[in-house]
Design a protein around this ligand. Structure first.
Ligand SMILES: Nc1ncnc2c1ncn2[C@@H]1O[C@H](COP(=O)(O)OP(=O)(O)OP(=O)(O)O)[C@@H](O)[C@H]1O
Length: 741
């Protein structure tokens, strides 16, 4: 077929699709006022015809019937409005791709158009467009021309792909289309990747790569681990995977409230917040690691945040305090410490809960031995706090009949005393209540659990930690770690590394399963320690997990077995799968190659062939000259049209410092805490907060050997450089960092 004929056919197809969409939109718009009015009437009826407060069961049933009807109508109305939104969006660009497929055993050439949502006529069952998540659409992402197959719900369907085509449709106009093979596929990606970055992450639905698609569509695995180099699309894949799991057509479809994303900080949460809405889905629940770990403990103890911890770690390198803190973090995140906490709970059950004989009104209710035996031998699978509460209730039940007797006795005593003739009953009751209160307080001294105290005891009680750690390997500086922790806890504070252990104790002692979710997605998974994963397991119960991370971006710990066997062992899922993403899509070829050299041997990132200028390493005699050079570069790139420029520093303190110096001559924004907003323009930001983000241009402030020389510095420098899409420049005085090769 000639190009002109193809164009005519495609234009016709687009017109038909748009006409169908317009009709659908019109129908939905027409039915909206009716649905709205129906809902208003129903609410009015309910208000007028039912009581607003009642103890009467029959009236309650009546209210419930109304409420059920209101809920149905509300869902209908909301659905109506969502459809209007969907059709409007699709009318702008209903599809972006197509492939033609001849299924084995047939001679029909089926044209499969792919877009953000299904567009189908329910009357004729005709599909104008298939949702990118539909099973058939996987062919578009996974196969070139030739043999192909996809897994339909009932069977695997095979056939031949005879055409693959990509479209640019904007404002309901077909701008262009072209057919592609593998090579052109790369060119399309080139075009997408050459674009400037934006303050919010974008969807990649038109150019999902095969290796990414395999992760996105995996709905069988219960634990899915992705190790991917910087810029390989881990976060993008995670979000598209969520959209896939939310897809209506999926048998195992779940709702947005069933999924939670754990992200490193609020900056990152905001950065990724636009992708799911772009894909036509509601945003799912998000929690930052601070929300999970520090906030839960906060209120009892003043807690350090993850950023504060990192800032301290980075700034205190080379000092004894810094070294103790590093060891303390690794120790408290380890499986060894988990074992110590488990032993602490067992020890506490057996030796630290002091039972006493229980008397009430001169009668022995329980002996201490009986209480202890009952506690140690009953319901041992139940969390300790619940078992103690159960015991408390049992004792209270026993004293209940005695309370009445005791009241009678009190009344008699009060009668015998002078001056209470008219108030015998109320006065006696008061005395009885007071007595019960004293009793309860005494009882609760034994049955009430305070996990923060328990944790304090571990460090306060001389020799307890060492005794519990018998046979386990402890860090060299355990005495100093204990002393530091004692000091912090006794001043009413908890370091960030104490939060996960505290939460672990809380969940073990009081019981867990706080979040009812089915899928947990953990981004920057390399940053969590085994004990933190143990907490996730307690918090999220039997949920499925997707963990995405990059071992080379784990800031503080060197030997952490993140993302491998230890995680697999903790979650102990039957269906576990591991994927590796090696290709970097973010940075230009030159920037990625430069960044890989920072890491040295043994990393296996493959650069996508998108060529741009070589990174610059700029020497200046003084800091003042560096600041001048930074300003000049930033302005130059801004003029060249780069929208986002990050001056990346090592610490937040450096960021504040450089901001103060540059702010008068530039429109510049400081990002020194996770609450800050990321905007277009020039930003000054420390490397650990820039993690996960990207910028058109990265300017690394002070890349000298004095500033970047340790193992931790190497990772920070790597993180900083891998944030750049198009331009990278590093500035230094004295000698440059040994990691710059
Ligand atoms: N298939 C793709 N098509 C187009 N762009 C892609 C694709 N995969 C990744 N990208 C782009 O590459 C960049 C990096 O993606 P993303 O942030 O998801 O990577 P990451 O692995 O999470 O990176 P990091 O570990 O450095 O945070 C983003 O701009 C993303 O849009």
């Amino acid at each position: 077929m000639s190009y002109a004929e193809e164009l005519r056919e495609e234009t016709e197809y687009l017109d038909n699709t748009l006409a169908f969409l317009e009709k659908q939109l019109e129908n939905e718009i027409n039915s909206l006022p009716g649905a709205r009015q129906k809902l208003i009437n129903l609410r009015k009826d309910m208000w007028e015809n039912t009581v607003h407060y009642t103890n009467d069961f029959t009236r309650l049933t009546e209210i419930n019937q109304y409420l059920a009807e209101v809920n149905i109508q509300t869902a209908y109305y909301v659905n109506n409005r969502n459809k209007i939104e969907k059709y409007k969006k699709l009318l702008d660009s209903p599809y972006f791709g197509r492939f033609d497929f001849i299924e084995d055993g047939t001679f029909d050439r089926e044209k499969i158009y792919i877009g953000l949502d299904n567009v189908a006529d329910p009357k004729t069952n005709r599909f104008f467009v298939y949702d990118w998540r539909a099973p058939v659409s996987s062919i578009f992402y996974r196969f070139e021309l030739g043999r192909a197959y996809y897994k339909a719900p009932a069977a695997t369907i095979s056939g031949d792909v005879v055409l693959k085509r990509q479209y640019k449709i904007h404002n309901a106009n077909l701008k262009y289309f072209f057919d592609f093979s593998i090579r052109i596929n790369d060119e399309i990606l080139q075009e997408v990747l050459i674009r400037n970055s934006s303050a919010k992450m974008r969807n990649i639905v038109e150019t999902i790569q095969k290796e990414q698609d395999l992760i996105i569509r995996d709905n069988k695995s219960e634990l899915l681990i992705v190790q991917g180099v910087a810029g390989s699309g881990k976060t993008s894949v995670a979000l598209h995977r969520i959209a896939f799991l939310l897809y209506d057509g999926l048998k195992s479809k779940i709702n947005s409230s069933d999924i939670i994303i754990i992200s490193p900080n609020a900056i990152f949460s905001k950065y990724i917040s636009s992708v799911l809405p772009e894909l036509g889905e509601e945003n799912v629940r998000q929690a930052t690691c601070d929300e999970i770990f520090s906030k839960t403990v906060n209120g009892r103890l003043k807690t350090e945040t993850r950023s504060e911890q990192l800032e301290y770690l980075i700034s205190s390198q080379g000092t004894e305090e810094g070294d103790i803190k590093t060891q303390s973090i690794a120790f408290k995140g380890s499986e060894v410490f988990k074992e110590i906490l488990d032993r602490l709970i067992r020890h506490w059950e057996r030796h630290m809960i002091i039972f006493d004989d229980i008397y009430y009104d001169g009668t022995t209710i329980e002996t201490r031995q009986l209480l202890k035996n009952r506690f140690l031998n009953n319901k041992i699978g139940m969390p300790v706090a619940k078992r103690l509460k159960r015991m408390e209730n049992m004792v209270l039940e026993k004293i209940h009949p005695l309370q009445k007797k005791s009241l009678g006795k009190i009344e008699k005593i009060v009668q015998q005393s002078d001056g209470h003739d008219f108030e015998i009953k109320p006065f006696s009751r008061l005395l009885s209540i007071k007595r019960s209160k004293i009793f309860l307080e005494k009882l609760r001294k034994v049955t009430r659990v305070d996990y923060t105290n328990l944790y304090r005891e571990l460090f306060n009680k001389p020799g307890l930690l060492l005794k519990l750690a018998g046979g386990l390997e402890l860090p060299a500086e355990i005495e100093k770690i204990t002393a530091l922790t004692r000091k912090t806890l006794n001043s009413g504070k908890a370091a960030y590394e104490d939060c996960a252990p505290l939460l672990y104790l809380k969940l073990k002692v009081e019981g867990g399963d706080l979040y009812a979710v089915e899928q947990v997605v953990i981004d920057e998974a390399q940053d969590y320690y085994p004990l933190q994963y143990e907490v996730f397991k307690l918090l999220f119960g039997s949920a499925g997990y997707t963990l995405l991370g990059d071992i080379n971006q784990s800031i503080e710990n060197k030997e952490r077995p993140a993302l491998d066997v230890s995680v697999t062992g903790i979650f102990d899922k039957r269906k576990t799968v591991r994927f590796t993403l090696k290709k970097c899509y973010r940075s230009s070829f030159e920037i990625n190659n430069f960044a890989q050299k920072i890491l040295g041997e043994g990393n296996d990132s493959i650069s996508f062939e998108r060529h741009e200028a070589e990174p610059e390493v700029v020497f200046r005699e003084t800091q003042a000259e560096i600041e001048h050079a930074l300003t000049a570069k930033a302005s130059e790139y801004l003029k060249q049209g780069y929208g986002s420029i990050a001056v990346i520093t090592k610490t937040a303190r450096d960021a504040r410092d450089i901001y103060e110096k540059l702010k008068d001559s530039n429109r510049i924004k400081l990002v020194d805490a996770p609450e800050a907003e990321i905007e277009k323009g020039i930003l000054v930001i420390p490397a650990y907060l820039a993690k996960g983000l990207e910028f058109d241009v990265v300017l690394v402030h002070d890349a000298s050997s004095a500033n970047y020389s340790t193992g931790l510095d190497r990772k920070l420098l790597y993180i900083a450089c891998t944030r750049a899409l198009h331009r990278l420049a590093l500035f230094y005085t004295g000698t440059k960092s040994p990691f710059i090769i």
